[in-house]
Design a protein around this ligand. Structure first.
Ligand code: PLP
Length: 471
């Protein structure tokens, strides 16, 4: 049967991708659309008759592209700025073409073994112990949930078999800080730990977990008959990118026999740079580590990597093999055993393409450049009267604000929110905000492959002129 997509549509898509990346900056970073506007421009009913690819692509250009926030835009500085390397996009198209469901080794030997190999590459580059195992998940949230499920399985409570209701169980506790990403609390909800049992350990003045406070919190809980389930240390927190002292935390977790999960979703890839590897010092004492190549390694969304000291615990938590999934091969990895998901995308292909295309050297160069640009931006903020940097900025993110002395704290919060709104509304740049010590902070994140010094200079100029106009 003829298929107009195969005949010509794919070539048109390739041409579209090429021209998109020639000038992603021609779009507004954030589209000027109101909620509901895009849905309203689409038919309420599914089409009864099929349409040609030209017609569908025309609607893609007319409706979807102008309604998109362009993460590939070089002036995207919000959240953790990310971008997709064309090598990763090519791999995504090929993975969709092969369309394997890599749940068993036999349902895609290549997907399984490429994942094993790329995980070993990353583990070696990160100087993890040779006995650790890496597994690919969609996001750090799911990887973190999986790690905490493994931590629960590691406790001698038979929760897998008996559940958590109608029986006498100790209260389980998870230790984080106020800076820890919210997915840990969601995991605690999903795993029956409960939000109230997520303990926020005190931080120092650089937003890092205080090991002494962690020890005291665990000891107080044990004294009360509670059961520490896990500690989560973060390397590169979401607001300020602060780095918890992994070794000191790991030593306490070991001494108390508590699972330590290290969340390096954003910053973990920076540990590929030898001079930044000390961020992970002590990680070999932890139980699990997550990093997101889809955040800062130019791999298209989604690909998160979970490294496990003892992968058998995750299999104990999740493996369940009905008759129709039994398989004759022995000694192979069947990735369905490592989480909730059965069918799995061939994600390792895009990691392999990106790593091969840039090489480790190319990845390191790009990350170093982002870090340099962020440090330079922080120096501009420091040098400008009435502006201040609000937190240490060890990597590629800077929290800062307009803080003229004549405004009180409430006035500063308000004007910074206005500056952000006005600057983003131009469509020229996109920054997001956070709170640092309870105060409104502008947050500039550099992580896009196409961001150059000019783009950062432009953002700084625009923010200053908006501040001047609004003040
Ligand atoms: N952990 C940290 C430190 C993060 O900053 C984020 C997201 O920004 C996550 C976890 C969640 O990542 P994902 O979107 O892959 O679930």
């Amino acid at each position: 049967m003829k298929d107009d997509v195969l005949d010509a549509g794919l070539d048109r898509v390739t041409a579209w991708i090429r021209q998109y990346f020639e000038h992603p900056e021609r779009y507004r970073v954030m589209p000027p659309v109101r909620p509901g506007e895009i849905a309203a421009s689409l038919p309420a009913e599914a089409p009864e008759e099929g349409a040609g690819i030209d017609e569908i692509l025309a609607d893609f250009e007319r409706i979807v592209v102008p309604g998109t926030t362009h993460w590939n835009h070089p002036r995207f500085f919000a959240y953790f700025a990310t971008s997709a390397a064309p090598a990763g996009i090519a791999a995504e198209a090929l993975a969709a073409t092969l369309d394997v469901k890599a749940m068993l080794w036999r349902t895609s030997p290549a997907a399984t073994e490429l994942e094993e190999v790329t995980m070993r590459w990353l583990a070696r580059l990160l100087e993890l112990p040779a006995s650790w195992t890496g597994v690919v998940y969609d996001t750090a949230s799911i990887a973190g949930f999986t790690a905490l499920a493994a931590a629960r399985e590691a406790l001698p409570l038979q929760i897998r078999e008996l559940g958590m209701t109608g029986r006498d169980l100790p209260v389980l506790r998870v230790y984080v800080t106020a800076e820890t990403h919210s997915h840990v609390e969601k995991a605690a909800i999903a795993l029956g730990v409960g939000q109230h049992n997520v303990v926020r350990v005190e931080c120092d003045d650089a937003y890092r977990m205080r090991p002494g406070a962690l020890r005291a919190a665990i000891e107080a809980d044990v004294e009360r008959g509670m059961a520490p389930l896990a500690v989560v240390a973060t390397v590169g927190t979401t607001s300020t990118t602060s780095i918890d002292p992994v070794r000191a935390i790991a030593e306490i977790a070991r001494e108390k026999s508590v699972w330590l999960h290290v969340d390096a979703a954003y910053a973990g890839t920076a540990a590929l740079i030898p001079e930044f590897r000390p961020m992970l010092d002590g990680v070999e004492l932890a139980d699990s580590l997550v990093l997101n190549p889809h955040k800062w390694m130019f791999v298209p969304m989604d690909l998160s990597v979970l490294f496990l000291k003892d992968e058998a615990i995750v299999r104990r938590a999740f493996s369940l093999v009905p008759e129709y999934l039994t398989t004759p091969e022995e000694g192979v990895v069947n990735y369905m055993d490592y989480g909730l998901q059965l069918g799995r995308r061939f994600r390792a292909l895009k990691l392999w393409f990106v790593m091969r295309h840039f090489g480790v050297k190319g990845i390191r160069e790009r990350l170093r450049r982002h870090i340099e640009l962020a440090q330079e931006f922080a120096s501009w903020v420091r040098a400008q009267p009435d502006w201040e940097v609000m937190a240490p900025h060890p990597l590629s993110v800077v929290c800062f604000r307009y803080a003229p002395p004549r405004l009180d704290e409430t006035g500063r919060d308000a004007i910074n929110a206005e500056i952000l709104h006005a600057a983003n509304a131009t469509g020229e740049i996109f920054l997001s905000h956070t709170k640092v010590d309870g105060r409104y902070a502008l947050r500039l994140a550099i992580g896009n492959l196409r961001t150059e010094r000019d783009d950062v200079e432009f953002a700084w100029g625009l923010l200053r002129s908006e501040a001047e106009r609004l003040d």
